[in-house]
Design a binder for this molecule. Structure first.
Ligand code: DQQ
Length: 572
């Protein structure tokens, strides 16, 4: 179908109010568009150079991520038939370095009554003897969400190309006895072993607005029974894609999900369906009572900690026993209209895999792009000790600004002039929206203008402001997309977060991975991450530019800046 017809069809459907179905607590379903095969145009300014995506069609959550015989496996929710959510299978790619990816045939697709209406998200567990097993949510003929098991057909194939489903599926299901809500029972975690040698797994659920991490146990990974109490619950709405894992209290290494002891804390991450944010708490896990309790001060839900304060959802971690690290993968949805997604023939990308560990404060996690991504760096430019006077903008040439990796650190000398943070300014996103990049301040806004056009008609601003708080200086980090595109059909929300850095004794660092339509930023060495999805119309490919700016009245020093062009990865 020609693109104009697709657009007409879409708007017609909108007008008559048919075809768009809100599937209980999940993705929007565009029934009339499901069968449309995408015919992607040749001109594709928004496709990424080194962020994971298939050649076309819709993708969402990463699933079952793992390392097996030295090969990284990424499965993901995929619609083989179009650029909107639907017809979901587990697509499969493998990699030796988490950067370049080879595609394989879909690994799990509807074939049994227990998944005939869809193969939704789930996780991999490495069983004793190094044997992988996948638990995933299937949608049964009654559209109930149930949990299924699949294992590799041939363990000597490092690419694990074929998967066999258990004939005992479904292994966990809503019944009259357990009263589990059959449309809110999904996304099994990686399982872990308890001191009684039984496996435990958590499934996301809800009762009214109470989010639940329902716990199941099993001796043999096939016969599962529900634990009397959930692992945890909180009043934050449906919990999708829960993730539960230990993090060592010292150092940056990761550990296996089954590890328990005095030297680890536990993390519970939930994807909040109400707000589409990945939120986490840090706490303690009692593996006898099987209860997780967030530490005092670790806030649940949206006003607590998030992996990423921008566009980032349905993430999943895995323990990389080859490099002793825990790696986080996540889905970056589009911010464009569905009509535009259909026109370009694809929707959704994955964030750069990030190493994740517990901060020294033990109050939050820290994330950093896996070091392997640095092998794409080329054309290095650098600068040191450059004063950025109030009101100044400087351009950096010599890198491909549409596909780059930029690291910069700022030094502030004189804090006296910092503006006072009003006690009511508690919502950082709101603050960043009200005080966007063009609102002049005192110490800030200063930072980077990326995917910018000459003359700055278009630009995405990633920046900081420093405020005088109650008894400390407060750092606000923002990603302002309000001028990222001349096309106003996109979601141009400005994102923001407070950054826990002692600015008087430490420099303020920012790293941005820029990739055509993605700006993935890491503030304070990875204490705050903000991912923006942007669609410039002028600042595309060679026309994109990179600047540093300071619109505050006070001077700031760039103590160091390193930037590289990024080569294109071999992705699918
Ligand atoms: N996506 C999957 C669900 C999950 C949701 C369906 C999160 O299993 O809850 O594609 O994005």
């Amino acid at each position: 179908m020609a693109n104009s017809n697709v657009a007409f069809f879409f708007f017609f459907a909108l007008l008559i109010g048919h075809g768009i179905v809100e599937l209980e607590a999940s993705h929007l379903v565009y029934k009339h568009l499901l069968g449309l095969l995408s015919s992607a145009p040749a001109n594709q300014p928004y496709r990424t150079g080194y962020h994971f995506q298939p050649p076309k069609n819709w993708i969402n959550d990463p699933n079952g991520v793992m390392i097996y015989k030295g090969v990284y496996h990424l499965f993901y929710q995929y619609n083989p038939k179009g650029a909107v959510w639907g017809n979901i299978v587990w697509a499969h790619s493998t990699s030796n370095d988490l950067v370049n990816w080879t595609p394989h045939e879909p690994a799990i697709f509807p074939s049994q009554p227990s998944d005939i209406n869809g193969c939704w998200s789930g996780s991999a567990t490495i069983l004793p003897g190094g044997k992988p097993a996948i638990l995933y949510t299937g949608i049964d003929p009654l559209n109930r969400q149930v949990q299924n098991l699949a294992i590799p057909k041939n363990l000597s194939d490092p690419y694990l190309r074929e998967w066999v489903k258990s004939t005992k599926n479904p292994l966990m299901q809503p019944t009259a006895q357990n009263q589990i809500n059959s449309s809110s029972f999904r996304d099994p975690t990686t399982a872990w072993l308890g001191p009684d040698n039984k496996w435990r797994v958590v499934i996301g659920s809800k009762v009214d607005q109470l989010g639940l991490a329902i716990l199941y146990k099993s001796k043999d990974f096939v016969n599962w029974y529900q634990s009397k109490t959930p692992l945890h619950s909180a009043n934050t709405g449906m919990w999708e894609c829960p993730d539960f894992y230990p993090v060592p209290i010292h150092g940056q290494n990761g550990v296996d999900s089954s590890l328990k002891g005095p030297y680890v804390k536990h993390v519970l991450k939930v994807s909040l369906d109400n707000t589409r944010h990945d939120c986490y708490t840090i706490g303690s896990y009692d593996n006898v009572k099987d209860i997780y309790k967030p530490d005092e001060g670790s806030v649940e839900g949206d006003s607590g900690l998030r992996y990423d304060y921008g566009k980032y959802y349905a993430s999943k971690t895995f323990f990389d026993d080859f490099k002793n690290r825990r790696i986080l993968t996540g889905w970056i949805n589009e911010s464009s209209s569905v009509a535009d997604d259909i026109k370009k023939g694809w929707s959704g990308v994955h964030a750069t895999p990030r190493k994740i560990w517990l901060a020294r404060s033990r109050k939050q996690l820290v994330q950093w792009p896996v070091t392997e991504i640095e092998k794409l760096r080329t054309n290095h430019i650098s600068l040191a000790n450059k004063l950025l006077k109030g009101g100044s903008v400087i351009e950096f040439s010599g890198v491909t600004a549409a596909q780059a990796d930029v690291e910069v650190s700022f030094e502030i000398k004189d804090f006296e002039k910092a503006e006072v943070l009003e006690p009511s300014w508690t919502n950082p996103q709101l603050l960043c929206t009200r005080m966007g990049a063009s609102v002049k301040g005192s110490l800030g806004p200063f930072g980077l203008l990326v995917l910018a056009s000459e003359g700055l008609k278009e630009r995405t601003a990633v920046f900081f402001r420093i405020f005088k708080g109650h008894n400390k200086y407060v750092v606000l980090m923002c990603s302002d997309q309000s001028r990222s595109s001349l096309n106003q059909d996109n979601d141009m929300t400005t994102y923001g977060a407070f950054l826990d850095v002692d600015i008087r004794h430490h420099k303020l660092s920012l790293r941005s991975l820029i990739d055509h339509s993605i700006v993935e930023s890491f503030g304070g060495g990875g204490k705050v991450c903000i991912t923006s999805r942007v669609y410039p119309t002028l600042a595309i490919n060679k026309a994109a530019r990179l600047y540093a700016f300071n619109y505050g009245s006070q001077s700031i020093k760039i103590s160091k800046l390193n930037a590289w062009s990024m080569k294109t990865a071999k992705i699918n």
